[in-house]
Ligand binder design. Structure first.
Ligand SMILES: CC(C)(COP(=O)(O)OP(=O)(O)OC[C@H]1O[C@@H](n2cnc3c(N)ncnc32)[C@H](O)[C@@H]1OP(=O)(O)O)[C@@H](O)C(=O)NCCC(=O)NCCS
Length: 194
């Protein structure tokens, strides 16, 4: 079967419906995510209508297996949001391919950094339920998976933990912030401007 990465703009109506359904089912374990088709459709719609947002979908034989969104936040920074793969088809490489597609687009656009927030609102890490104050960064330094949390997936794709937003989804439910350098910082040549 042929694997294709396409822009969600080019997807058919049925493929966009699949994108909404995958958003709902892949994050079904996360209380703060999308739990009905109307809200999932609305979220998919923002990637079609908002000029700061765009997305790529992975198709296998025409069937949408997963999709990734990008949000242009500045000339140098894009946010990765969201990333979801059809639950029955996870761990087959689609997630990694979608991240690579977003990174290739970012590199082409001269972006320095892609960042993302990966919530732990379901007990996926040892920080779930923990009061992070006052030594927030000290607790973050000991971050570890408790069950199956996607921060380990992102780490394997080269993303570093760069912070945490305490209680982002309610008390003890934190958002783990990660980032990856995409393009080298522009070289500084002080002599050249003398
Ligand atoms: C996280 C997710 C996008 C990864 O996509 P995927 O297609 O399953 O991942 P891949 O098959 O490309 O995996 C690439 C590597 O990461 C590993 N990996 C994948 N998911 C992982 C997870 N949840 N935890 C730890 N490692 C994971 C794979 O084992 C693989 O490692 P390998 O190269 O050593 O074999 C997917 O599992 C998903 O949709 N999860 C639910 C939604 C979600 O949590 N999205 C992220 C919200 S921030």
């Amino acid at each position: 079967m042929t694997l294709q990465i396409i822009s969600l703009d080019a997807a058919s109506h049925d493929q966009r419906e699949d994108a909404a359904e995958i958003l709902m089912t892949a994050l079904g374990h996360c209380p703060s995510a999308w739990h009905d088709m109307p809200s999932a459709r609305d979220e998919v719609g923002t990637f079609l209508n908002n000029p700061d947002r765009f997305s790529f979908a992975a198709l296998e034989g025409g069937r949408l297996m997963g999709w990734i969104g990008g949000i242009r936040q500045s000339r140098y920074v894009w946010e990765l949001h969201p990333l979801v793969v059809r639950p029955q088809s996870q761990r087959r490489g689609y997630g990694r391919l979608l991240v690579q597609a977003l990174e290739a687009a970012a590199r082409g656009a001269g972006v320095c950094t892609i960042w993302l927030g990966t919530d732990d609102d379901f007990g996926g890490t040892n920080l779930f339920g923990v009061d992070l104050y006052p030594d927030v960064l000290e607790k973050l330094a000991h971050l570890a998976p408790a069950t199956d949390h996607p921060f380990t997936f992102y780490r394997a794709q080269g993303y570093a933990v760069v912070g945490v937003l305490p209680d982002a989804d309610g008390p003890g439910k934190h958002d783990i912030l990660m980032a990856k350098r995409i393009g080298p910082p522009e070289p500084q040549h002080p002599e050249a401007v003398k």
